[in-house]
Design a protein around this ligand. Structure first.
Ligand code: NAP
Length: 295
């Protein structure tokens, strides 16, 4: 008797998705990757995935998308919501096309759904309180997916860091950061996120929400100072809120106006996941060396 090769569909096969694709192919899966750009399609093909350049914002690709969703055993949804509105119309389109949905879904969302907590600890029982339309769209996606399928694992990620995802140029250029020692920040290394997504897809994790963070929040400034130290340059100069408002983008200011400390206790308790980079200093060093770590 031949056993069918499991088929993983990754919708939004970007930096994280391509790492999951590489793991899946190494484990004998067939992988289909949905992206928009030629560059991302080439990157997916380079790890052995079949790539499909489709746009989730238009119905012109619906037939192809429906065929892909119908043929998949597992689905990683890692595309962001659209730029406007309060609903994730992209995920809504995919769910609308899924006549026979895959059995296992994993969705990568954000911890932005919690809103500001003034530096307090936050876990998955903390009610979501999105402060922006962007975060509201993320919450909409989570709720939509949990209601539509019988098993979906929601991975709420904070800032994802890794190779080519560090503010190296800004720190080397001596660009200032907000002098906000009470502003807490949380992180996940991209290799940990990919490993967690892969395990969630293949180990039938519960129909549940998980914070996926290293569990060691720090002051925002400490992160920049550590990076500067590892680069061998001076710590970034500090500016106050008034100056930050004149220099930083609206998006950056909105991130800076939220502070919370994220617990990963549910993830650790439910899944016994052991982080590759529990310490962000090691994660930064590895990222600066350009490594991809799969152990
Ligand atoms: N940046 C962070 O720190 C952070 C924090 C928390 C959560 N997240 C979210 O976590 C997820 C994974 O992050 P990541 O950094 O791996 O993401 P990423 O590299 O930006 O990948 C996103 C993927 O979605 C695809 N995509 C975007 N719009 C699309 C559309 N209209 N139709 C089809 N495909 C579309 C992109 O295709 P192209 O590359 O071809 O455009 C890309 O392959 C994303 O949803 C991200 O927003 C990010």
């Amino acid at each position: 008797m031949t056993v069918a090769t499991p088929h993983l569909l990754i919708i939004g096969c970007g930096d994280t998705g391509v790492r999951v694709a590489a793991r899946a192919i190494g484990a004998g899966h067939r992988v289909s990757a949905v992206v928009r750009s030629a560059e991302s399609a080439a990157r997916a093909r380079a790890v052995g995935a079949a790539s499909f350049r489709l746009d989730l914002d238009h119905d012109t690709d619906d037939d192809q998308l429906a065929a892909l969703v119908g043929a998949a055993d597992r689905l990683l949804y890692s595309a962001p919501p659209p730029r406007a509105g309060e609903a994730d119309t992209r995920l809504a389109r995919v769910l609308g096309l899924a006549e026979t949905p895959p059995a296992d879904w994993v969705y990568i969302g954000t911890t932005g759904v919690y809103g500001d907590h003034g530096g307090a600890w936050v876990d998955e029982d903390t009610p979501a309180a999105p402060a922006t339309d962007r975060a509201q769209r993320r919450l909409d996606a989570e709720q939509r997916l949990l209601a539509a399928v019988s098993r979906a694992t929601i991975l709420r990620a904070p800032g994802i860091y890794g190779p080519n995802r560090l503010p190296v140029d800004r720190v080397r250029a001596g660009e200032p950061v907000l002098a906000d020692e009470n502003g807490w920040t949380n992180r996940i290394h991209i290799d940990d996120l990919a490993a967690i997504a892969w395990r969630a897809l293949t180990e039938q994790w519960p129909h549940r929400i998980y914070n996926v963070c290293d569990g060691v929040p720090t002051a925002r400034t400490a992160y920049y100072d550590t990076l500067a130290e590892l680069l061998g340059v001076a710590a970034p100069p500090r500016i106050d809120w008034a100056e930050a408002r004149t220099r930083f983008s609206a998006m950056r200011l909105s991130f800076l106006s939220e502070s919370r400390r994220l617990s990963n206790a549910r993830l650790v308790t439910d899944t016994a996941y052991r982080f590759i980079f529990p310490d962000y200093r090691d994660g930064l060093l590895s990222s600066l060396r350009g490594e991809t770590v799969t152990a």
